[in-house]
Design a binder for this molecule. Sequence first.
Ligand code: F6R
Length: 613
Amino acid sequence: MCGIVGYVGRQQAAPILLDGLSKLEYRGYDSAGICVHGPMGLEAMKTKGRLQALRDKTDDGKKLPGVIGIGHTRWATHGAPSDQNSHPHLSDDGVIAVVHNGIIENYMELKEMLISKGCHFHSDTDTEVISNLIALHYREHHDLLEAVRQAIRRLEGSYALGILCREFPRQMIAVKKDSPLIFGFGDGEYFIASDVPAILKHTRKVAYLEDGDMAVFTANSVSFYNALGEPVRRTPETITWELSAAERGGFPHFMLKEIYDQPNVLRDTIHPRIQNNHVVLDEIPFSPSVLKKIRRIYIVACGSSYYVGCVAKYILEKSCKIPTEPIVASEFRYADPILDENTLCLFISQSGETADTLAALREAKAQKAKTLAIVNVVGSAIAKAADQVLYTWAGPEIAVATTKAYSTQLATIYLITLYLAEVLETMAQEEIQAACKALYGLPEQIQACLSQERITQIQYYASTLFDHRDAFFIGRNLDSATCLEGSLKLKEIAYIHSEAYAAGELKHGPISLIEPGTLVLAIATVAPLFEKTMANIKEVKARGAHVLCLTTEDLEQEAKKTADHVITVPKIHPLLQPSLNVIPLQTFSYYTALARGCDVDQPRNLAKSVTVE
Ligand code: F6R
C-alpha cells in the first residue's frame, strides 16, 4: 500500500526521496510523486506508473532543487491510478502540500464543506481534503501547528502524513494515526518513512511513532507531541540489520532470495527459544495459572498468516487439547465472537499493520480476551497493541508473496504449542523433548528441501505444467491446511485459478470440475491418511486429472503407483511436516510464475502491507 518518505537536511532532497521510494516499491503502488520546497516555493511532480517514470520526469530529481521534500508511492483506493490522483496533493491555494497513507472515511462530508467555502478540487482522492482543510485553518489562524491540529481533529480514519507549507521553507510536520510512520534521526537531517529500508542508507536511529503523534522538525531540531498535544520524547532505537537484508543479494527476485533465506531466519526464530530440549518463551506474559484457565483459542489473521492459523488448529488441538478456531480477521470483527478472559486470541501478521487484524485485535482486547501477537515488523501497530508480542525474526520481507514470514510464523506456532503443552501437561515429557529436538533441527531439514537436485526437479515440473488454466490442491488433515497456502501462492504470483480442498471433500461437489488434463496437486505426507489420499487421487485420475503428488521420501515408491508424478520432502516429526511441505509449493509457484512471464515480486493488484479494510 502507499509509501511515504520525507527529508529535511542539507542535501538535495529529491534524489533521497526517489531512492527512499524505490525501497518502498515492495509495498505495491501504481503511481508516484514528490514535492520539494525549493527556490520557486512548493514544486510537485507526479506521475502514474512505475518509479522510473517519475525519475525520467524529474531528471532523477534534478528538476526539483531544494533540501526539504516529501515523496509518495500510491496504491489507488479513491480514484483510479492517474497523474492527477497521485500524491503529493497541494491545497487549492497552493500553500499546503501533503502525502498520505491511509483512508479518510469522512472525506465526502469534508469535501462538500470545503467546496461550499469556494475550494476547488483537482483529484478524486480523499487526501486532497487534508491539504485543503489544513490550508483553511491556516488562513484562519496563521498558525501552522494549530491549523494541522484542528484539521486532524476533523479527520475520521487512518493517516500517516508528511506536510509542507509554502510559508515555512525549512519545516516539515508529520502526523500518525493507524498507519505506519517512522522517524529517522540523522546528523543535521531528519527523515520520515513508512518503513525502515527507505532511510536505512542514511540513518540507523529510528523512532516508531505512536498513534496520535505529531513531529515538527527542521534540519536542526525536532519536537514531538502526543495525541493530547503534550510535548513528548521519542527516543530512537538502533536498527541492527543491514540494508543488504532488504536487497536481492544476487538473486533475480526477492521472492527467490527469501525462499533461500528460510534456513537462516528459522534458526534466528527457533534456536534462542529452545534450551535443553525445552521451549523457553520469556515473551509469554501469562502465568501458568492463567494459561491453565484458557478454554478456547482464536487465531486471527489474513491471507497466508491465516493459513498458518489453519495449520495451527491441528497442532494446538492435538498437542494442547484446547479448542482452537482460525478465523480471518475481516470476519472475526463482525462475527460477534464469544470472548472472555479465558479466551486466548493469537494475532498473526508479518507486517504488523494489516488493518483488519489490527481492528480485530482491538475488538478482542475490548472484550477482555488475552491477546498475543506473532509479528515480524518490530514496533508495528499490532506488535504495540497486543498484550504481548512474539517476534518472528524473518528480517525484512520484500516480495509481496510471503515465504519466509510464513515459515517463521509456523515455527513460532510450534514454539507456543510445545510451551503450552508443557505448562498444561498435555504431552508427555519425552514427547515434548523429542519434538523440541526435531524443531531445533528444522532449519537443516529446510535446507535439504532446497537442495539443487530438488530445485531442478521442481523447475522441470514448473516448465512442463505452467500453462494450465486451473489447478486443484488436495490433502487431508495438516496437508489440507498446507494446500491452502500452496494454492494461494499459485494464484497470487502465477495468476492460475486454483482451489484448495480437503481431499475427502472433492466428491461433495468440486469433482465436477475435474476434466481431462486438469492439474491436481496432491499432498500426502500424513502417514496414517496416506492410503485415503491415494484413493482420492484415483478418483480424480479416473476423471482424467493430471496429478503431481508431494509426499515424504519413505512413501515415494508407494505414491508413484498412483500419481503421475511424485516429488518428495524429508520425513520429520509429524507436527513439523507442514514446514517442509510448503517449500516445494513455494518454489513450484515461483518457477511457474517465471515461466508464465509474471512479475513475481510485485503481482498485479496486490500490496505488501494492507492498511485498508
Ligand atoms: C500472501 C500474503 C498475504 C498476507 C496477508 C496478511 O502471500 O503475503 O496473504 O499474508 O495480506 O498480511 P500480514 O501477515 O502482513 O498481516
